[in-house]
Design a protein around this ligand. Structure first.
Ligand SMILES: Nc1ncnc2c1ncn2[C@@H]1O[C@H](COP(=O)(O)OP(=O)(O)OP(=O)(O)O)[C@@H](O)[C@H]1O
Length: 279
């Protein structure tokens, strides 16, 4: 089943290409990531079988579905962290290797280099971009200002709280200016005050920079609150159950969760989820 708004054919003549790095490949306007015919097995178990999906440019897509349906596997395959068995995943016609990607893991405790100060951890990816020292410093200044952190970034990661470490992990993922950001349950181990802070900061930065974002969340409120699209998955072999747009104004806050439009999307998502779980 397809995911988003358009229905591109699997293959089209070269003339219909959109002038990408790959030149001959077709993708729908507004689409950033195109997945076609994706197949992934673990042993005898098919997690994905001929799976197609279009992920829009510069928007936040939340991935939600039954336990073990393959949410993490999906974003890890898209990010190029685990191999696919068959199919094609392209970013504006490019491969993951040709795309600047950021990734935030659930387990922030193992995400940072413990021997480096937090600020140096965050700046670490910048050294691979070939920027001058002045450019690196200017980027860091902008990033630190946009997150408005209240803790001391000169501390070592182990001196920070979990929420502060995860804030730093997110800042590090954003430091090189990723075209695509992957977040796998980034807030699930954090206290609610920190979750509120991070949701607000993250939205501001992602929407401001128009970063294509894929967020895996087990929390339906969070999945809907942050998303431009809520991608609902079926049980395995996993397909797209539905893809619900949510276009409430930003920044979205706790107040958004009591708005009629939020409740409407959440209710529809819950119905689809329950239908899939019962199958
Ligand atoms: N490396 C692996 N080897 C074998 N099976 C795997 C491997 N990675 C994932 N799986 C299996 O693939 C399925 C999908 O796993 P995945 O972690 O992607 O699901 P998920 O939807 O993110 O799960 P959850 O809801 O529990 O977070 C699960 O049944 C899991 O056990």
């Amino acid at each position: 089943m397809r995911a988003m708004d358009v229905s591109p054919p699997r293959t089209t003549p070269a003339a219909e290409g959109t002038g990408t790095a790959a030149g001959h490949r077709w993708f729908a306007p507004g689409t950033h990531i195109t997945i076609r015919g994706l197949t992934k097995r673990f042993g005898d178990a098919a997690v994905y079988e001929d799976f197609d999906l279009d992920i829009p440019h510069g928007r936040i897509t939340s991935v939600f579905g039954p336990n073990g349906c393959g949410k993490s596997t999906l974003i890890n395959m898209i990010a190029g962290l685990i191999p696919i068995d068959r199919g094609e995943i392209l970013f504006d016609g490019k491969t993951a290797r040709e795309t600047r990607i950021g990734y935030v893991f659930q387990n922030y405790r193992e995400a940072m280099f413990p021997w480096m100060r937090t600020i140096d951890n965050i700046a670490y990816p910048l050294q691979y971009l070939g920027l001058s020292k002045a450019e690196r410093e200017a980027r860091m200044d902008r990033l630190v200002a946009s997150f408005d952190v209240k803790f001391d970034l000169n501390r070592f990661p182990y001196e920070l709280s979990g929420g502060q470490q995860q804030t730093a992990s997110i800042m590090r993922a954003l430091a090189p200016g990723p075209e695509v950001l992957f977040l796998d349950e980034p807030f699930s181990a954090l206290d609610f005050e920190m979750v509120m802070f991070l949701r607000e900061r993250l939205q501001k930065v992602l929407v401001g920079r128009k970063v294509t974002t894929l967020l895996v969340s087990h929390d339906l409120d969070e999945a809907v609150l942050l998303a431009d699209h809520v991608l609902l998955l079926t049980k395995r072999p996993t397909q797209v159950a539905d893809n619900l747009p949510f276009d409430a104004p930003r920044p979205r806050t706790a107040a958004t969760t009591v708005s009629p439009e939020f409740i409407d999307v959440k209710t529809r998502a819950l119905e689809i989820f329950q239908r899939e779980v019962r199958k």
